[in-house]
Design a protein around this ligand. Structure first.
Ligand code: AGP
Length: 604
């Protein structure tokens, strides 16, 4: 996803900007650029692809003395990843970098075009710089023009803008996308869309809030709130230790990654949801021509996302779907027919078994698609098409936000195919999209619930095992809950379809066998409840997770009432992640790097 840096000071500006952008590389990007303003003159460099390409373009540029600079890594949303679409975007005497989406850019562009403004790019961002210059003609100062510009923008943004007539100044604004202002003991001011870009360069920062805007120059910073009231600069110290700073105050990367699911899911959905359709810029609908079956293939958590998707694909897209564990698929001499779309799912894009399965499918002449979190990974390079999950780098070995974003992408894909095949009515599609839009707010961690789970965890540190049970998509979620617990607590846990317990596993039931029961209100509640009652009757200790009271539960984790089972799915996912983490913490385990596991399994 896009990244922003800014700098005001006298050090070599190019190196500072590119170094800051490098710290944001993990977010993923497909082009990059910097603009430097020195003595009323601009220097601009842009390149498609990795930062090395930008460095090559700017190789001969060197700065001495005071300058201001802005830089950007772009992850294409409006318009292809080309140099023209890369930021900074240029007006006549101004440059801008922007993260987010300007929702009313088409109206603004039409207005500016009617005034004779010429646009160079296909981006929404370019309207900002032209709108600013339009207002500059009638404003007493560049800052007035900047303020008027902000008043007309709708959508989400973090913006840095520079203008030649104010050659020691950066104008900034934050509304919905992150922006941090930092300074150091040498009197330099920096900006970053994440503090990763500022660590080691600043000793104190202000995490700007929505509606904050202002300007920073060589000797002053002015900050205003959304009511245009000047506000005090409340700097907070910035850790100089990269690793602990990257945890942003959380105890573990896993905890941080659970908490940031709301933000990354917004990124996953960004630009992909229209009123009655789902849009994937990276997909050509010809991928589905001649396809009558989908085969999903993955390992571990990604396999659980695939299994979840198989319910959604058959339900929404009415297309025959099967799911394969990659390590099994490779050696079972599968029958592959050309009417099958082969979809691999992988956080890393490097898992050996999944990669080899993808190669097999390609060799058999199947069309292939990868759902992946890492651009340019082996699978992304190999598959015919790819959809990125936009989860950002995941450091905890136990996958959390990667799973959440995989399920969201697969759910959107089921709707994309449903639209292609006309298997859902427009109103059903609109309903699904409405539910999807609600997911980022549903996964926001409720700190009271987190505290309840922390307290509850002390009752689940012993026993001879856990059953996680559920039906429909709550079965793969149960598998995922059990895997999370196993990975970091080293306790024995199994996921089961709840209706399957009576066919054998129920023999294990006794008070030392803990059942974690997923009881959603909107999917087979009564059926699942009967299965849990059967376990309760055999004295298993029951921990139910449900918005509805359950009188047979020993412990009850109450989730919110929702309109749809997928909303319940995502809320229960967070509960399971936090519960596993708190159990592992009490057992004194290394949550981020559990024993025997690797983040990316590149061997068979
Ligand atoms: C999940 O918590 C695990 N770390 C593991 O199961 C993982 O999902 C699996 O190894 C597949 O990895 P991938 O998504 O990178 O292909």
């Amino acid at each position: 996803m896009c990244g922003i840096v800014g700098y005001i000071g006298s050090k070599p500006v190019k190196e500072i900007l590119i170094d800051g952008l490098r710290e944001l590389e993990y977010r993923g990007y497909d082009s990059a650029g910097i603009a430097v303003l020195q003595n009323h003159q601009f220097s601009l460099f842009k390149a498609v692809g990795k930062l090395i390409n930008l460095e090559e373009k700017a190789q001969s540029y060197e700065s001495t003395g005071f300058s201001v600079g802005i830089g950007h890594t772009r992850w294409a949303t409006h318009g292809k990843p080309t140099e023209l679409n890369a930021h900074p975007h240029v007006g006549q005497n101004s440059y801008v970098v922007h993260n987010g989406i300007i929702e009313n850019y088409q109206e603004l562009k039409a207005m500016l075009t009617s005034k004779g403004v010429q646009f160079l790019s296909q981006t929404d961002t370019e309207v900002i710089v032209h709108l600013f210059e339009y207002h500059l003609k009638t404003s007493p100062t560049p800052f007035d023009a900047f303020t008027k510009t902000l008043e007309e923008l709708e959508g989400a943004y973090a913006i840095l803008l520079v203008n030649a007539s104010a050659d020691n100044t950066i104008f900034f604004a934050k509304h919905g996308s992150p922006m941090i202002l930092g300074r150091n003991r040498e009197g330099e001011t920096l900006f970053g869309s994440s503090d990763a870009a500022l660590i080691g360069k600043c000793n104190e920062v202000i995490y700007l809030e929505d509606g904050h805007y202002g300007f920073a120059s060589s000797d002053t910073v002015a900050l205003f709130d959304s009511k245009n009231v000047s506000i005090a600069l409340n700097f907070t110290p910035l850790s100089e230790n990269k690793l602990s700073a990257q945890k942003e105050g959380f105890r573990f990367f896993m905890e941080k990654e659970i908490y940031e699911q709301s933000t990354v899911l917004s990124d996953t959905l960004m630009g992909r949801l229209h009123d009655e359709t789902v849009y994937f810029e990276e997909l050509d609908s010809s991928l589905f021509t001649g396809i009558s079956e989908i085969k999903l293939c993955a390992c571990g958590t990604s396999y659980h996302a695939a299994l979840t998707a198989s319910y959604l694909f058959e339900r929404h897209s009415r297309i025959k779907t099967s799911v394969e564990i990659a390590s099994e698929f490779r050696y079972r001499e599968p029958l592959l027919t050309p009417d099958t779309l082969f979809v691999v799912i992988s956080q890393s894009g490097e898992t050996a078994d999944t990669l080899e399965s993808l190669k097999m499918a390609k060799k058999a002449g199947l069309k292939t698609l990868v759902i992946c979190n890492v651009d340019n990974s082996s699978m992304v390079r190999l598959a015919d098409a790819s959809i990125l999950t936009r989860a950002g780098i995941e450091k905890g070995v136990a996958s959390t936000k990667a799973f959440a974003t995989q399920v969201a992408v697969l759910w959107m894909l089921s709707l994309f195919i449903a639209h292609e095949r006309s298997t859902l009515t427009p109103s059903d599609l609109a309903h699904q999209i409405k539910i999807l839009r609600s997911i980022p707010s549903i996964v926001k961690v409720d700190v009271t619930l987190h505290e309840q789970l922390r307290r509850l965890s002390k009752r689940y540190l012993h026993g001879h095992g856990f059953f996680f049970i559920g039906r429909d998509v709550f079965f793969p979620l149960a598998l995922e809950g059990a895997l999370k617990l196993k990975e970091i607590s080293y306790l024995h846990a199994e996921g089961y379809p709840s209706g399957e317990m009576k066919h054998g596993p129920i023999a294990l039931a006794d008070p030392e066998l803990f059942t974690i029961a997923l009881l959603p209100q909107h999917k087979l509640y009564d059926k699942t409840k009967s299965n849990v009652e059967e376990l309760s009757a055999r004295d298993s200790t029951i921990c139910s997770i449900s918005p509805l009271d359950f009188d047979k539960a020993d412990d009850h984790i109450r989730t919110h009432m929702h309109d749809d089972y997928m909303q319940e799915f995502f809320e229960m996912m967070v509960v399971l992640q936090l519960l596993s983490m708190e159990i592992a913490v009490r057992l004194g385990n290394d949550v981020d790097m559990p024993r025997n596991l690797a983040k990316s399994v590149t061997v068979e």
